[in-house]
Write a protein that binds this ligand. Structure first.
Ligand code: GLP
Length: 240
């Protein structure tokens, strides 16, 4: 793993955006694996700035996101589809029909998961997968478990994840208890992985994931087995 520590959230976000922009410029038709949560907000803001000021174009790329809350429609302000539209897609020249987020209101969630993996396979995996990390070491919504789940699946969210994400909802009671998430197979199929971990509260779980045993009890630890992982840590975190 390549590890880099930054003194601020802003400098980490600029470096993360620069890495994504390099791929976009070298391969305009690339596949970007994207993430939600507060960690990537600065990265998306910087990509939007590069689009507006430097002509960075998303016109030929495709994006595929990690996850979505089960039961939330894309119009719900806390859905990850809404988040992506707000923070990135509506602010750059991407074709909305080239952006994929699991459908949280699919009538058959299991079929939605199968279709999502088929799409990922047809796309050939992501050229770069952006990741945050949850307090329990989850990536996407792959929660600590007895074994790694390879495929996109419906997951019961851990109580700590529900609590951590409650800050985005009016109350913890409103946080969905289930989600659809790309599995570890989809994440590991990315050609390149960029994990961003802003805030000193992430340091302990990050260190454990990077240097401790590879275990499904700490899903991010599986990244140790990927040949091209970059980890950006920042002391500060200004997002919500
Ligand atoms: C959520 C998302 C993850 C994200 C994590 C950390 O649970 N499903 O993809 O990495 O939260 O969130 P934050 O960046 O807000 O700390």
């Amino acid at each position: 793993m390549n590890y880099q520590s930054f003194s601020s959230y802003a400098s980490m976000s600029r470096a993360a955006a620069a890495m994504i922009a390099d791929i976009l410029r070298a391969k305009p038709e690339c596949v970007l694996g994207l993430a939600t949560g507060s960690s990537p907000i600065g990265t998306y803001d910087e990509l939007v700035r590069m689009h507006r000021e430097e002509g960075l174009s998303f016109a030929h790329c495709t994006t595929i996101n990690l996850d979505e809350y089960l039961g939330l429609d894309g119009a719900h302000p806390q859905s990850y589809r809404f988040f992506m539209n707000e923070h990135l897609f509506s602010r750059v020249d991407i074709r909305l029909d080239h952006t994929f987020v699991p459908c949280g209101t699919a009538s058959d969630p299991a079929a939605e998961c199968l279709a999502y993996d088929a799409r990922l396979k047809a796309l050939g995996g992501a050229d770069i997968q952006l990741l945050g990390i949850g307090p329990d070491g989850h990536i996407g919504f792959n929660e600590p478990a007895d074994s790694f789940t390879v495929a996109t699946h419906v997951v019961d969210l851990a109580p700590s994840t529900i609590n951590a994400n409650a800050r985005f909802f009016d109350s913890a009671a409103e946080v969905p208890h289930q989600a659809l998430t790309m599995g570890m197979g989809g994440i590991m199929a990315a050609k390149k992985i960029l994990l961003i971990a802003p805030g000193s509260s992430k340091k302990a779980v990050l260190d454990a994931a990077m240097t401790g045993p590879v275990t499904p009890r700490l899903p991010a630890s599986l990244l140790q087995l990927h040949p091209d992982v970059t980890v950006f840590f920042a002391e500060g975190h200004t997002s919500p």
